[in-house]
Write a protein that binds this ligand. Sequence first.
Ligand code: NDP
Ligand code: PYC
Length: 345
Amino acid sequence: MAEQQIISVDGLMTRVQAIFEKSGLSRDNAHAVAHVIVAGERDHCKSHGIYRIEGCLRVLAAGKVSPDAVPQVHDSGKAVIEVDAGGGFSNPAFYAAKDTLVARARETGLAALVIRDCLHFSALWHDVEALAEAGLASLSMCPSYSFVAPAGGKEPLLGTNPIAFGWPRPGPHPYVFDFATSVAARGEIELHRRAGTPIPEGWAVDKDGNPTTDPDAALDGAMLTFGAHKGSAISTMVELLAGAMLGEFMSKEALDFMGGGGLLPRHGALVLALDPQTFAKRSGRDPIAEGEKLLTAISGQGARLPSERRFSARSKALSEGIVLTAAEMAQLDRFEAEGLAALEG
Ligand code: NDP
Ligand code: PYC
């Protein structure tokens, strides 16, 4: 068998959706989850691409996610919109409430979406890209599992707590950054473990608090926040805003609730949407044009904007297809043929 194989983005979408339907997810939920995973693979975000299928199947097999949850949107007509994911994946819940969030942010200038009781495994750039397409600036964040030590400590307490920001631009792509507040996403360490390669220095400490480059020792120990005390504070903010403030699990409670980090975490998520036109109105200036001055000046220095790598990976994948290894293809074959039974092999 060839070492590498090429599959079109649509072809991969069909296969991943089929895997989830075979494994018991309702058609709508299978579509939303497959969409986010295929987008990750398409944009060459391997830590949140097809590698995540197995984690989703494991949580389904364990009965810890509702396969046919139908998200319930609660709209009081005020700034805060809530959607109850009903113990299902977060992605269908976000899409169920997105149009209401966009309409409210346009109407009032600022609106928030609270996603309750969801399983969250995905990258966040999907949310902020979707809102930028609607002309809105946004922030998206969620806790995860307490795998990360606060700066100055050595016990895991904070989550890898991702935060993403999106800003609309006139061209085809918005300005987007999206990162874990740990030095790297946990998925990156897991990929190093599978590949048998060391992790870079500075990502983690072992369970005795000593620096380590061994992925197994890192996964057993504690990950570190980016930017020392600064990342630690931002991660703490994510716990407070997207956990405590919502009355949903913070990362430590999420880990205790699931009884270990082997399955995907269950908690809430927060998405803030802001309409730049409303905020700038009385200034008489065009916020998007003003933003462009900064963004083009950054690029003009030869500095790369976040997400540029992703957007070019996307355009290559859309025109040439996605390159997968033979092992990845074989795993797709197995999952598609056997569904959850493939996990036993
Ligand atoms: P990365 O460190 O790979 O990337 C972080 C951001 O920085 C991206 O927007 C990236 O753009 C940008 N970037 C990277 N290098 C440069 C550079 N040299 N110059 C300018 N910008 C740069 O992300 P992480 O490993 O921290 O996170 C990966 C994903 O994991 C995220 O999508 C996050 O949402 C997800 N995650 C999800 C969690 C969950 O609980 N659901 C938990 C933790 C993480 P580009 O992509 O173009 O390289
Ligand atoms: O990569 O850190 C991570 C992660 C946790 C939950 C989903 N992704």
